[in-house]
Design a binder for this molecule. Structure first.
Ligand SMILES: Cc1cc2nc3c(=O)[nH]c(=O)nc-3n(C[C@H](O)[C@H](O)[C@H](O)COP(=O)(O)O)c2cc1C
Length: 170
């Protein structure tokens, strides 16, 4: 753990954000730029994002589908909807590609000095209706990005031992 790059070592997913912290539009652009440069099968780039900073007019439209499901995310400086073109996914790896792009975005967030938590507990149906997300596109996950709430410490960072990662039945 201690030997991996600090960007990965120090990454964690806060479940509470500082409501006073803001992310600039320039930083939001960098997050998208990082996702843009993720690899994907046949370079299909089967991803789209909705990015809403706290002050954006768009934000209340998005908050509605987070409230009651993931209230902890409402204070985040930015909310991102991670959307995948999976409905006509002949290679079967579109979700994988989206995950890679989201990982890029989350690590870029770390580099910007903020943290990110991905989540699936939102009103997917309602959100998809509101933003016209229809087949072949699906809203897969959301990401909350910002400065952790005061006093919040990393938790839930247990992992299986590295010795468990190697396939054994060979
Ligand atoms: C695809 C995905 C879905 C997740 N969904 C939720 C969620 O609905 N609610 C939540 O609180 N955390 C969610 N998480 C966060 C994980 O619980 C968290 O990443 C895990 O506990 C490991 O913690 P760490 O990221 O701080 O190392 C999700 C993470 C991923 C990658």
């Amino acid at each position: 753990m201690t030997d991996i790059t600090p960007l990965l070592r120090d990454r964690w997913s806060p479940r509470g954000y500082d409501p006073a912290h803001t992310l600039s539009p320039e930083d939001a652009k960098l997050l998208l730029e990082a996702a843009r440069w993720a690899p994907s099968a046949m370079n299909l780039q089967p991803w789209r994002f909705i990015v809403a900073l706290r002050a954006d007019a768009l934000r209340p439209r998005l908050d509605r589908f987070v409230a009651g499901h993931s209230d902890w995310a409402l204070d985040a400086s930015a909310l991102v909807v991670n959307i995948c073109r999976s409905g006509d996914d002949q290679l079967g790896v579109a979700h994988y590609d989206l995950g890679d792009a989201v990982a890029h975005m989350c690590i870029e967030a770390e580099a910007l000095g903020v943290h990110a938590r991905q989540f699936i507990s939102f009103d997917r149906q309602g959100l998809s209706r509101e933003f016209g997300i229809v087949a072949p596109w699906t809203a897969v996950t959301m990401t909350a990005i910002g400065r952790p709430a005061a006093g919040l410490q990393p938790s839930g960072r247990e992992r299986v031992d590295v010795s468990e990662l190697l396939w054994k039945d060979i």
